[in-house]
Design a protein around this ligand. Structure first.
Ligand SMILES: Nc1ncnc2c1ncn2[C@@H]1O[C@H](COP(=O)(O)OP(=O)(O)OP(=O)(O)O)[C@@H](O)[C@H]1O
Length: 238
């Protein structure tokens, strides 16, 4: 088991943002944490990463506590955030070199740059990259540690169709090699392409947790998009 979360709760000013979240992720599994804006996805991930304060009956990342064993755990875990702030004068190459130096067994930089279509952008300032290029760089940096487990927040938001498909293909290759992935996404085609299990949050509560087939079946809807709308409560807004 690479990730085990039991009854994780996050509160802000006495109000629950996440309540009793329970799930686990095995080696080579892709897990999707889904829900409408404000449902509690980022708060959950922040808590699992030890950034947000939380309570739980169990919180183990690679069998260790992300709070007590922080350094050891995060040598083997990759994280991509929605917004990564880089210094103004930093180039793609410098960011890669700095990240590379932080880890014990990182991947080689060049093949990754090539895979992510950024080989000819090495000397460019990060702030001058397009939105999609920045997004690809953020995923590249999350994978650079050669992690056993990677957290990808809104993986392909802002990417064009080709870049999305490229990224999915790349992640599936890494999954085959044993990489475990926790992702958040608002796109059900992405969830269908990648996820083994998914969990849908609504106002911090777990509405359903299972495989895509189980979720669709339990919803009584014809396909995942409709099942998602049903469980997330987003259909009430349409
Ligand atoms: N630091 C904070 N202080 C107070 N409330 C917060 C804080 N961070 C998040 N919240 C609230 O907690 C709830 C869950 O927010 P969260 O960011 O986890 O949702 P999300 O599912 O990641 O949303 P999105 O899809 O918009 O990124 C929201 O109601 C949000 O306003």
């Amino acid at each position: 088991m690479l990730l085990s979360v039991k009854n994780l709760s996050v509160t802000y000013n006495g109000k629950h943002a996440v309540r009793n979240l329970t799930f686990s992720v095995q080696k080579g599994e892709v897990f999707g944490l889904l829900g409408a804006n404000g449902a509690g996805k980022s708060s959950s991930i922040g808590a699992i990463l030890g950034i947000e304060k939380s309570t739980s009956d169990e919180l183990l990342v690679l069998g260790q506590s992300p709070i007590m064993d922080r350094k050891k755990v995060f040598e083997q875990v990759g994280v991509q955030f929605q917004e990564t702030n880089f210094p103004d004068k930093m180039t793609v190459e410098e960011a890669c070199d700095q990240w590379h130096a932080l880890y014990v067994k990182p991947q080689s930089i060049e093949p990754l740059l090539s895979t992510f279509g950024l080989l000819d952008k090495q000397k460019q300032l990060i702030k001058s990259l397009s939105g999609g290029e920045k997004q690809r760089l953020a995923v590249l940096l999350a994978l650079l540690p050669n992690p056993q487990l990677v957290f990808l927040d809104e993986l392909t938001t802002g990417l064009d169709t080709m870049a999305r498909k490229m990224l999915w293909k790349q992640l599936l290759i890494m999954k085959e090699k044993g990489l475990s992935i926790v992702l958040t996404s608002h796109y059900m085609d992405e969830v269908e392409a990648l996820c083994d299990h998914l969990l849908i949050l609504k106002k911090g509560e777990t509405m359903i947790y299972g495989t895509i087939d189980e979720v669709v079946k339990a919803s009584g809807q014809p396909h995942l998009e409709a099942a998602y709308l049903h469980f997330s409560g987003e259909e009430e807004l349409i």
